[in-house]
Design a protein around this ligand. Sequence first.
Ligand SMILES: Cc1cc2nc3c(=O)[nH]c(=O)nc-3n(C[C@H](O)[C@H](O)[C@H](O)COP(=O)(O)O)c2cc1C
Length: 363
Amino acid sequence: MLKNDLAKRLKTRYPMIQAPMAGGITTPELVAAVSNAGGLGMIGAGYLTAAQTKEQIREIKQLTGNLFGINFFVPGGFEAANEKITAANDILNRIRKQLKVEAKAEIEVPDLHRVQNQFLAQVQVAVEEKVPVCSFTFGIPSGEVIERLKQNGILLIGTATTVDEAVEAEQAGMDMVVAQGSEAGGHRGNFLKDHEESMIGLMSLVPQVADNVRIPVIAAGGIMDGRGLAAALCLGAKGVQMGTAFLACKESGAHQAHKEAVLHAKEDELVLTRSFSGKWARGVKNAFISEMKPHEALFPDYPVQNALTQDIRKAAGKQNNREFMSLWSGQSPRLAKHQTAKALIDHVIKEAEETMGKMSQSL
Ligand SMILES: Cc1cc2nc3c(=O)[nH]c(=O)nc-3n(C[C@H](O)[C@H](O)[C@H](O)COP(=O)(O)O)c2cc1C
C-alpha cells in the first residue's frame, strides 16, 4: 500500500516528501538523509542565488545517489510605494532599538525584474544539474518555464491551497500537486484568492482536490506521524509532504532556538502573521508578532517587508533571541521530536502500516 504509484513516480520507497524549507533549514545533510531513508528530500531554494543553488545540489549529490528535488518561489508582482516602505521601516526601527541594531536609513527595495531573473537563473541550474523533481509555491511558473523543465524530463509539483488553484496547476502541466491545508507551517502558497479565503483545513481540502484533478495529490499541513499519513491516504491523497516534523530533526539547519520553540510549543500558540515577510505565514507566537500585530495590515508586500526585516531576524538569531525570529511551524508541534530523519521516516511508515492494519480489522 505504501509503495504506491506516487512513490513509483518519485522513485522513492515511501510516498513521503520532506517539505522544502527555505532559509537554511533544508541542509544538504537533511535532504540526503531523507532521500537515503526512503523519502524524497527537497531543497528549499526560495532565498538562494543561482550559484548557491548549484552548490547545494552538488553537495547533495555527494551525499546520496537517490533522487531529490528542489523548490522555487514563483515571483509575483508586488506593491512597493515609498510612503508605505518608509512607514514600515520607522515602525521596525523601534524593534531594532530593542535589539541594539542600527536604525535603517537607506532602504534597498527589491526589484521585480531582478527577482524574476534570479528565478530564471535557478531554473537554468535545475536543468543543467538534471535535478529530477522541481516544486513551486506562491504561483505557477510561465508556460515557457514549464515546457523547458518538462523537455528535460523533470517532474513538476505545484502547490495549491484551494481546489481552483489545484485545477490551475494541473491545467498548466504540473505532474502532481501539494494540497496545503490551513494547518501548514511557514508561508501560505495561495495565489488566486487572498489568504483568508484560502485557509481550508486539510480534512476538507484533500478530498475536494482529489475529486477535481486527475494528477496525484500530496497532503501537507500538520502531518507528523503515521496516523497523519494513513489519514491523508484515506482522504484521497497519494502521499504527504511534512515540514515541521523534519524541521525538528537533528540534520535540519533550523536555529536551535527555533527547534526548541517548536518542540515546546502547544497547538494554540501557532498564529498567522505577515509582519516578517509581507506574506502570510504560520509560526510560533512571539514578541515580534504581538508587537507588530496592530501594524501588519499596513506593511508592504513580500519580498519588500522580508527585505526590511532581514537585519532584525539576523540579529535575533545571533543573539539567540527567539522573540524576534520567525519561528515557522505547523499546528501539530506537540507531535514534534528531536530525532534523526531516518528515525522519523521509519516511525511514520511503521505507524501508518499499523494504523491501516487496525482500520481494516475493525471494519
Ligand atoms: C520552516 C518552514 C519553511 C517552509 N518553507 C517552504 C518553502 O520554502 N517552500 C514551500 O513550498 N513550502 C515551504 N513550507 C511549507 C511546507 O511546504 C508545507 O506546506 C508545510 O510544512 C506543511 O505543514 P507542516 O509544517 O505542519 O508539516 C515551509 C514550512 C515550514 C515549517
